[in-house]
Design a protein around this ligand. Structure first.
Ligand code: AMP
Ligand code: FE
Ligand code: FE
Ligand code: ZN
Length: 293
């Protein structure tokens, strides 16, 4: 059966493989379909498409940083991620919003570095930004790598656990897009919005499942059910919810190269679900092997 991985990151955001290395690695790992889904950017699309090896199908997408209602009364919005697939990358509202978020990512990372440096941590802007190609989406994993290289922590995971998690005094939030707006924007741009890792509890606050149901009314197309940060009971809950509401249930590795330990295709999407996703998109097509099918 085809191996389909619909969620991966390159150096254009917080992965460690360049877009061409990413498609080469997917091909070498025996993956049939891979999606490039960098945070808040389509900057890796052209290189990945250009380098897409024969036999591999490339799905162009992005992971949008959003704020969502938690579904619990009296609570502020929480940080969530929304995957968007096969949307028109030139849709004006989307281009403007992604550019705003990338700028805010830079400012916010400067603030985090400043706070840590003030407390005596051996981190500086030059080192952190040396991990980022021009125009890439800056994020906490870049700061985590600087902390590893300075010997403060042994791994990116340890950096998050000790210093960079959402409740850390060094954490600086961003003004991310309202998730309802992002769902509608991706749809308007001809893409398919899929809620990323909705119940990844190890990362912090998660939403109530009722939020997913509310988003169906805004045009949500799917839920990422099989994800390395989802426990079995939550997968079953999400799978049931997807079936009940006609949502696509995807599965993906959320590969970040050496910034995380998860290999490509550690979790995969059913070929029928993938075909249905492609059939719903009107923005851009897939690249490579199954293009035009
Ligand atoms: P940011 O976009 O700067 O808020 O950073 C979030 C990114 O950090 C996510 O996209 C993940 O790649 C990574 N991340 C979040 N939580 C963890 C964690 N607990 N351990 C390792 N990486 C994490
Ligand atoms: Fe990431
Ligand atoms: Fe994510
Ligand atoms: Zn991701």
């Amino acid at each position: 059966m085809a191996r389909i991985d619909l969620h991966t990151h390159s150096t254009v955001s917080d992965g460690t493989d360049s877009p061409s290395e990413l498609v080469a690695a997917a091909s070498a790992a025996g993956v049939d379909v891979v999606a490039i889904t960098d945070h808040d950017t389509t900057g890796g699309w052209a290189e990945a498409a250009e380098a897409c090896p024969p036999g591999l199908t490339l799905v162009r997408g992005a992971e949008f940083s959003c704020l969502s209602p938690t579904g619990r009364d009296g609570e502020d919005r929480c940080s969530v991620h929304l995957l968007g697939y096969l949307f028109d990358p030139e849709h004006p509202a989307l281009v403007t919003e992604q550019a705003r978020l990338r700028e805010e990512r830079v400012t916010r990372l400067h603030t985090m570095i400043g706070r840590m440096a003030d407390d005596g941590y051996p981190v500086d802007v030059e080192t952190v930004f040396s991990y980022l190609p021009e125009g890439a989406s800056a994020g906490r994993p870049h700061l985590a790598r600087a902390l590893v290289s300075a010997g403060v922590v042994a791994s990116v995971d340890e950096a998050f656990a000790k210093l960079l998690h959402n409740d850390s005094p060094y954490y600086v939030p961003r003004a991310d897009t309202a998730v309802e707006t992002a769902v509608e924007m991706i749809r308007t741009a001809g893409g398919v919005p899929v809620f990323a890792h909705p119940l990844a509890r190890t990362r912090g606050t998660v939403i109530e499942p009722s939020v997913l149901v509310d988003l169906v009314g805004h045009g949500l197309g799917g839920i990422e059910v099989d994800h390395p940060n989802h426990v079995p009971a939550d997968r079953e809950l999400l799978r049931g919810l997807a079936a009940e509401h006609g949502l696509l249930a995807t599965g993906s590795s959320d590969y970040h190269g050496t910034n995380k330990t998860t290999p490509l295709a550690a979790e995969t999407t059913d070929p029928e679900v993938f075909e249905a996703l492609v059939a719903r998109a009107t923005g851009v097509g897939v690249v490579g092997a199954s293009a035009g099918r």
